[in-house]
Design a protein around this ligand. Structure first.
Ligand code: NI
Length: 164
């Protein structure tokens, strides 16, 4: 963290009341921390929306493994983009439903395109991509995409045998 700067901001009192209510609801006891988190969230969104930015993230999927061919297609797509996938985790939720979470890493545009394809697969009931960047990448956005460091070793942990 850098040097602490104090700022004063003028805010409509109704807006401030609503903000305080929302802040308490979320468990914040401190306005400054709530503002800092809002600002960070905005900056992370700006950063991850740049196609060339190096991002990390998760793709969360829910699917019915009985749906025709879905397990095979998921495995095929993941192998085709193995360089984007750091690891995968699978939970058999009930007799039919599977939850799969992929940790992904790569250029924002590549990660988003991969997530769209996998979430759009027939048989995937719900899916969501969350992209973020570590704080040190935010401090030097101009270097992003060049000489990026890998957050983790990039070897693809093979998808586990999926038996029900
Ligand atoms: Ni399963």
């Amino acid at each position: 963290m850098g040097v602490l700067s104090r700022i004063g901001i003028a805010l409509d009192s109704d807006l401030l009341k609503r903000f305080d209510r929302s802040m308490r609801h979320r468990g914040y006891t401190n306005r400054s921390e709530a503002f800092r988190d809002l600002i960070r969230d905005r900056l992370v969104k700006e950063q991850t929306s740049m196609p060339d930015a190096t991002v990390v993230g998760t793709v969360t999927l829910i699917y019915d493994h009985h749906a025709h061919g879905v397990s095979e297609k998921l495995t095929e797509l993941q192998h085709a983009s193995h360089e984007l996938i750091v690891s995968t985790s699978h939970a058999h939720l009930d007799h039919d439903s599977c939850l799969e979470v992929l940790i992904v890493h790569g250029k924002s545009a590549h990660v988003a395109q991969f997530a769209d394809r996998i979430i759009g697969l027939k048989g995937v009931q719900h899916g969501q991509l969350v992209m973020t960047v570590p704080a040190q990448a935010m401090d030097a956005p101009q270097n992003n995409g060049q000489g990026h460091s890998h957050p983790q070793k990039h070897d693809h942990s093979h998808r586990q045998e999926h038996k029900h």
